[in-house]
Design a protein around this ligand. Structure first.
Ligand code: FEC
Length: 307
């Protein structure tokens, strides 16, 4: 029988019920509780997308598709799936402990965030590594997977599909978006913005766009964040009276969740309505086979099967 290795899939996490919103938001704030008004605003956003986010179910489906693809393509090892969240239980550390208790000594680990960031992926791995050290468990980390050709293919195909319905003349503006970051993280030398811009450029070139925009979305309410933000860019796009349609491409994210379903589909759409622009958004990867293949290849690149 082949050796059993772990596949540790990590994601942001989401509140499963309305009463989970307060502890979730407090965890995001590193233990400092948000104000009542901030919690109310967040509750309203979840209610507007149907009460809860599809993030939990979609991550579970993506992780299952990934482990199935891995097991279908190897006889050297047998992958066993474990999942942990950054901001809610079971936490990253819980998942690592569960692996160790199941007798796993080697595991590949991937974050459902494709771009390396000190704030995002590095923080997930740091927590996983610290807990794994307790058990002598070896983690093979996928540091980033935005450069996987299949990842670029997914977004190229998705954008082409949307442009086949909107047309691609000067009346259509394309805005690539990703989650904003607090400005101080950028001062720490984070490569996140540059990596996202490079991936957007590769997709734009593959699609043959002559012009496109990049914007940061979903910034928090406190402090300074990356610029330009998506509202500013949308207004700038509207200044050109030939533009009638905006196509949003949330290449920073990998499934339908609050930041896309609310911040794009409700907030950006409302802004487009006031500016007399037609709102369109490309489909998120979710369990698309090309997208799952990108993660599959990234896991193999860690060398976990060459033990
Ligand atoms: O669908 C869902 O229920 C969860 C969607 C969700 C994803 C996500 C991804 C990222 N975030 C990143 C950075 C920050 C920073 C702060 C921050 C705050 C929130 C809040 C909610 C939330 N985030 Fe998030 N994020 C998601 C949800 N995020 C809810 C709290 C309310 C709000 O501020 O809007 C600000 C922390 C602070 O206030 O101190 C910074 C980054 C990503 C993409 C990478 C990743 O997934 O790890 C970066 C999905």
């Amino acid at each position: 029988t082949s050796q059993v290795v772990g596949l540790l899939v990590l994601d942001y996490g989401t509140p499963l019920r309305e009463e989970d919103i307060m502890p979730y938001y407090t965890h995001i704030r590193r233990g400092y509780p948000p104000t009542a008004a901030e919690v109310e605003r967040l509750k309203k956003r979840y209610r507007a997308i149907g009460g809860t986010s599809p993030l939990a179910a979609l991550t579970a489906a993506q992780a299952q598709a990934l482990v199935d693809a891995l097991n279908a393509s190897t006889t050297t090892v047998r992958y066993r799936l474990f999942t942990g969240h950054k901001h809610c239980a079971p936490f990253i550390e819980d998942a690592v402990t569960e692996m160790a208790e199941a007798g796993i000594t080697e595991a590949a680990t991937i974050v459902m965030a494709p771009y390396f960031s000190l704030f995002s992926t590095a923080a997930y791995f740091e927590r996983a590594r610290r807990r794994a050290a307790r058990y002598g468990l070896t983690l093979h980390e996928v540091q980033a997977w935005n450069e996987e050709p299949e990842f670029i293919h997914y977004w190229t195909n998705a954008l082409e599909k949307t442009l086949s319905t909107t047309g691609r003349d000067a009346s259509v503006a394309v805005i690539f978006t990703a989650h904003s970051l607090p400005y101080h993280v950028i001062h720490m030398g984070d490569s996140y913005p540059a990596c996202i811009e490079a991936t957007a450029k590769r997709v734009a070139e593959a699609v043959g766009l002559t012009s496109y925009h990049m914007a940061w979305q979903s910034a928090g309410v406190r402090g300074d964040w990356l610029t330009p933000d998506v509202a500013t860019v949308t207004k700038k796009v509207a200044d050109d009276s030939t533009v009638r349609t905006v196509v949003y491409v949330p290449i920073g994210f990998v499934c339908d969740h609050l930041e896309v379903l609310y911040d794009n589909d409700i907030e950006c759409k409302a802004l487009c309505d006031t500016l007399n622009l037609a709102y369109t958004r490309v489909d998120m990867p979710n369990t698309n086979a090309t997208f799952i293949e990108a993660m599959h290849r990234a896991v193999l690149r860690t060398g976990i099967e060459q033990q």
